[in-house]
Write a new protein. Structure first.
Length: 265
């Protein structure tokens, strides 16, 4: 498999704080890749660098063989990288269909002029976004909610709608920041199945998550950060057996395997 996203010795400093320090990683096409670590480990900062929200102090981000270091988020999105955020960012007083249609803004050509005067271009783009949004909702099993206001949806369904909106970008890779935060075990498992289905459909997935059961059962490779530094990268089995990970993530005397098992009961 080809490498789709690579970080090369990435650093992010905020004054004297080294939020990310010389982190490198490689994500292959078809991966479900996890990024874990204790609170304050630098996970979201690293995500923000990868997606263009932050320009790294030093180092390089390479996406599909091209350096995107310092590129604005909208340019990176057009290249095929989509992401969601830790806090759900749906338009709560718009329907599910309307929320997903908004995700097509980078793939349409409507200007303020054409929107104001309802030109041919406007109606072409409106038809394109409407039809394709319905197709996405059908593919991900959310078509029944198309006319429901986002504010009236269960929490787990809101997460799925946010991911569906990200799919409107037609992404090659999808970055998810704590997708199961606040979910009960049933909702978490449903979202895990949902993400695995997206991956089987050809989308590379990268996940930041604290839920160890979710990460270990869903991801095929995992990067572990602690105090902004990479301490391990490998399969779930490698991570479970890594002494430094056990001490950083669970504390001395408690193995990651024990922590994982306790999370399943």
């Amino acid at each position: 498999m080809a490498t789709i996203l690579e970080a090369r010795d990435v650093c992010q400093y905020f004054g004297g704080l080294k939020a990310v320090e010389k982190v490198s990683m490689k994500i292959e096409e078809g991966d479900i890749f996890g990024v874990i670590g204790p609170n304050g480990a630098g996970k979201t900062t690293f995500f923000n660098i990868c997606s263009g929200i932050l320009k790294p102090t030093s180092g390089e981000i390479v996406f599909c063989g091209e350096s995107i270091t310092g590129s604005p988020p909208e340019k990176i999105a057009r290249k095929g990288m989509a992401r969601t955020f830790q806090n759900i960012q749906l338009f709560k007083y718009m329907t599910v269909l309307e929320n997903v249609k908004i995700g097509f803004h980078t793939r349409t050509k409507t200007t303020m002029f054409s929107a104001l005067f309802r030109t041919k271009q406007y109606w072409q783009d409106e038809s394109f976004a409407h039809d394709n949004a319905l197709n996405i909702l059908e593919q991900v099993g959310l078509l029944e909610y198309k006319d429901t206001l986002a504010s009236n949806l269960p929490y787990g369904v809101q997460r799925k709608v946010e991911i569906a909106r990200a799919l409107a970008l037609d992404p090659k890779i999808l970055l998810l920041d704590e997708p199961v935060a606040g979910m009960n075990p049933v909702e978490s498992q449903e979202l895990a199945n949902f993400i695995i289905g997206l991956n089987k459909a050809g989308i590379t997935i990268v996940v930041i998550e604290h839920d160890m059961k979710f990460v270990m059962s869903t991801c095929n490779r995992i990067l572990v950060l602690n105090f902004g530094q990479k301490i391990c990268e490998g399969t779930p089995e490698m991570v479970q057996n890594d002494k430094a990970v056990n001490e950083a993530y669970f504390g001395k005397g408690l193995a990651i395997e024990e922590g994982y098992q306790s999370a399943t009961h």
